[in-house]
Design a protein around this ligand. Sequence first.
Ligand code: IP8
Length: 241
Amino acid sequence: MRKIRILKVGGSVITDKDEGAFEKLNRDALKEVCRAISESWDGLIVVHGAGSFGHPHVKKYGLNTLGASKVHLACLRLSEHFCSTLVEFGVAALPIHPMTFYTRTSDLECNVEYITRALNSGFLPVLHGDVIFGKDGIEVLSGDDIVIHLAECIKPSRIGFATDVDGVLLKGKVVERLDIETVERIEYEGREKTDVTGGMLNKIRKVFSMNHRCEVFIFRGDYSNLKRFLKGEKVGTEVVL
Ligand code: IP8
């Protein structure tokens, strides 16, 4: 059976997320990401974050219907940038927008069959962080949650999280193999004493909560690291499940 891989490209890789940035694309980084993907995308699913095309909008507009509309449209603009850059590199990118694809009643629900069909037809499915109809109204669905959900349904052989740091850092050094004991130590020592940020800790917790077992890597999303991940090599921090 063909091996499936899921790659999450953090919003901080392809957009400028600095304080005050509003819909600022990091065009050069996006091109490098798409160039790496174009060289090995068989059985690949891409999920990208919203970066400065989503988070500042939620803050500014809120999540009432008009706010959600504006947030969703900004997410669509980033998806359009991502997918059209992939197409420029010869990749048959198929944008899938969570607002019209996912809902949450108690759990997340979507038509997973559609994604496997897209893969089997030779498309590269591209999903992204978005707003969705949730349990009690509109809610934000992060790209990380999409990755975990798809992993449980589609059972990939490896998952990569391309971020703006070299991996999980402890005392300034990249942790090569991150097991649950190390995570518990980080939590025990308190994250103010480590350089593991709240966002990273959250991501790690989500990965460890997954039932599906596969290779998971967290690494800086530059061209050479992405190539290594897509070639099946070890890169950055390996999360040992
Ligand atoms: O950047 C967040 O997705 P993420 C989506 O993957 C919105 O966390 C709308 C802020």
